[in-house]
Design a protein around this ligand. Structure first.
Ligand SMILES: Nc1nc2c(ncn2[C@@H]2O[C@H](COP(=O)(O)OP(=O)(O)OP(=O)(O)O)[C@@H](O)[C@H]2O)c(=O)[nH]1
Ligand SMILES: [Mg+2]
Length: 628
């Protein structure tokens, strides 16, 4: 699940492009249609030919609505920077690009649209050269270009291909089980009640979950979920999500609220950040200036205290502490946009380093500044977790080597990660964790569990007459090293039959028709337990699959390719043979034949199988007991 957003100057054709891609015009308001201009965010979705489902956020280009644009771009995976071929780069092309850069939206396409209005190749080449120059040094500097006309449809196929390629290798979102949904719309649906929408930036939501709105603290429960107008039981990180919440009236939800899993987030009025200002900022930013702060779909006003300088000029970076008028829901690593309230101007972006500093920092204080520097590099817990994500499942020893932390620090960080559940140890108990213990990051564990579940669900569905999937088959499906595979299976709460694995609760069940046939066959075995029907006859009677199922169920023992006995009869024969040898030291095939009143074929099959499973050992014409 991916979300893309548009960006670009007013009237350059963003909404028309989305309409051409999705078949639905994103401008819904009457005022928008009359003015032919986007005001509020527009939403849509698209199914790419490669099977990816992509949510779309369409933003307004007019500078008066830039703050609405900011509410939309926060959660996107990739941007479409739309530039009209006849106009080329314009002021909001630059401003939107700057915002994408400050938010570090790493993926993007440059869409040169309206080529039906400017089809002179020289002109188009000139426009492209111009754009390349503007992109230089930004996140989009290597972004591919596509030329389209939303009106004639020219280039739209290439655009879709480029979009698939762009999103194909986009990294999956982290899901640490702490849902956070910055709310960009609230409405009420007759018969349902309040619905909030947004891009789920972290964690997942399920129907029935308790949720909390922050900063207001309103509690509710998820009554229903939709992604792209489809009902879902579960919404995963990174998807456009509409949440029907029970117990909350629409008018109680102020704009900018965040819907979260209770207990994981804390609204904050103060945060420490690394601020980067835009090169073309009109005036330097002074200490204690009042600025607007935007994050997710929320905004507030605050003062920015510059900790290591008195002013920041265009293009400078510095350490700052914000004191906010209203609380925001922030976590370390969030990127916020800073604007001057009036005249409105984007000043820069701040990377949240400490979302909840305990105190108001003294300025120009070396201790404070070096602590912030260290936090920028990451806390030991972050470093360890990041190392684990890069490394994948690995032994503690390898993980520590990767993280390059002091041994004591690494141990404490590991302990914390295990306690908070971001890392998982495949070990019986916490006291047994040593350097060889295998560690898996929680998000990868979740993916692995899901893959195992899916493989087994499919296997059980296709092979209802098997108790489980052959262990080796699952192992090669998961492409895991043997030690890791065995450890994973051990902690996966599966039915482990040794050679086969099954989902908990899965039972091999014959249909009543199959059971009736099996009963008929069993009767024949009861009538002649030591000279029963051959395997071929059994298969002909009940069907190959049902006979294989009876073997799996251990009703039968396959003594030789053509000879099967019922398990109970086989055990009885084994006991008799043992007793006979114990008494006379040895036994011949002929004696065994006579003991059971059977034929040589069955007697030999029985003895050879007893040899194979280690009960007897052959010595010329005789069998003796194998000494264990
Ligand atoms: N000839 C031509 N006109 C286009 C094309 N795409 C859009 N337009 C026209 O350009 C005008 C603006 O298009 P929109 O899609 O509303 O532009 P926008 O970028 O969404 O504008 P804002 O949302 O206000 O920033 C409309 O009149 C469209 O019909 C195109 O490919 N060719
Ligand atoms: Mg528009």
């Amino acid at each position: 699940m991916r979300v893309i957003g548009t960006a670009g100057h007013v009237d350059h054709g963003k909404s028309t492009l989305i309409a051409a891609l999705t078949g639905t015009h994103p401008d819904r308001l009457k005022e928008e249609q009359e003015r032919e201009m986007t005001i509020e965010l527009g939403f849509g979705w698209l199914n790419l030919p490669d099977g990816q489902e992509v949510g779309i956020v369409d933003v307004p280009g007019h500078r008066d609505f830039i703050e609405n644009m900011l509410a939309g771009v926060g959660g996107i995976d990739a941007a479409l920077l739309v530039i009209a071929a006849d106009e080329g780069v314009m002021p909001q092309t630059r401003e939107h690009l700057a915002i994408l850069d400050l938010l570090q939206i790493q993926r993007g396409l440059v869409v040169i649209t309206k080529i039906d209005l400017a089809d002179d190749p020289d002109w188009l080449n000139m426009v492209e050269t111009d754009i390349r120059a503007v992109l230089a040094g930004s996140v989009l500097q290597d972004a591919p270009f596509v030329r389209v006309s939303a009106r004639s449809g020219a280039g739209m196929d290439q655009l879709i291909k480029a979009l698939s390629a762009l999103l194909q290798d986009a990294p999956a979102r982290l899901d640490l089980g702490r849902a956070r949904l910055p709310i960009d719309r609230v409405f009420s649906m007759p018969g349902f009640g309040t619905v909030v929408t947004g891009t789920l930036s972290d964690g997942h939501l399920s129907v029935g979950d308790e949720v909390e709105l922050l900063p207001s603290g309103i509690q509710g429960r998820v009554r229903g979920l939709q992604t792209h107008k489809k009902k879902e039981e579960l919404s995963i990180a990174g998807s456009r999500t509409a949440v029907n919440i029970s117990g909350v009236a629409q008018d109680r939800i102020p704009r900018g609220e965040v819907l979260v899993t209770p207990g994981h987030y804390q609204p904050t009025r103060r945060f420490d950040a690394r601020l980067r200002t835009l090169k073309d900022m009109a005036l330097p930013l002074k200490h204690a200036a009042q600025v607007k702060v935007f994050v997710g779909a929320a905004e507030t006003i605050g003062s920015v205290r510059i900790l290591d300088a008195d002013v920041l000029s265009g293009g400078d970076e510095g350490w700052v502490q914000f004191e906010l008028r209203d609380p925001l829901v922030l976590v370390r690593g969030d990127r916020t946009i800073i604007r001057r309230p009036s005249p409105g101007e984007t000043l820069g972006g701040a990377l949240v380093i400490d979302a909840n500093p305990a105190e108001r920092h003294k300025r120009h204080d070396q201790v404070v500044l070096s602590r912030l520097e260290a936090l920028l590099q990451g806390s030991p817990v972050d470093v360890l977790f990041q190392a684990a994500l890069v490394q994948g499942p690995a032994a503690v020893r390898e993980l520590f080597a990767k993280a390059r932390l002091e041994p004591e620090t690494a141990k404490n960080a590991l302990k914390e990660c295990l306690e908070t559940g971001t890392l998982i140890a495949l070990e019986e108990s916490a006291t047994m964790i040593g350097v060889e213990t295998l560690i898996i990051p929680a998000p990868q564990w979740a993916v692995l569990q899901e893959n195992i579940r899916l493989a087994l669900v499919l296997f059980h569905k296709n092979q209802p007459l098997r108790r489980g999937m052959p262990r080796e088959e699952l192992k090669s499906r998961l492409k895991l090293a043997p030690r890791l595979f065995n450890a994973v299976i051990k902690y996966s709460q599966l039915q482990d039959g040794g050679a086969w694995l099954a989902l908990p609760g899965h039972v091999l069940q014959l249909t009543s028709a199959q059971q009736a046939k099996a009963d008929g066959l069993l009767k024949k075995f009861t009538a002649a337990p030591y000279a029963p029907p051959t395997v071929k006859e059994c298969q002909a009677e009940v069907g190959e699959d049902v006979f294989a199922a009876l073997l799996e169920l251990d009703e039968f023992v396959l003594a030789a390719p053509e000879v099967a006995f019922r398990r109970v009869d086989f055990e009885a024969m084994r006991a008799v043979v043992r007793a006979k040898i114990a008494e006379s030291g040895q036994v011949t095939a002929a004696e065994v034949r006579d003991l059971f009143g059977t034929s040589r074929k069955f007697a030999l099959a029985l003895l050879e199988h007893l040899d194979t499973i280690g009960v007897t050992i052959r010595d010329g014409d005789f069998r003796r007991l194998r000494k264990s």
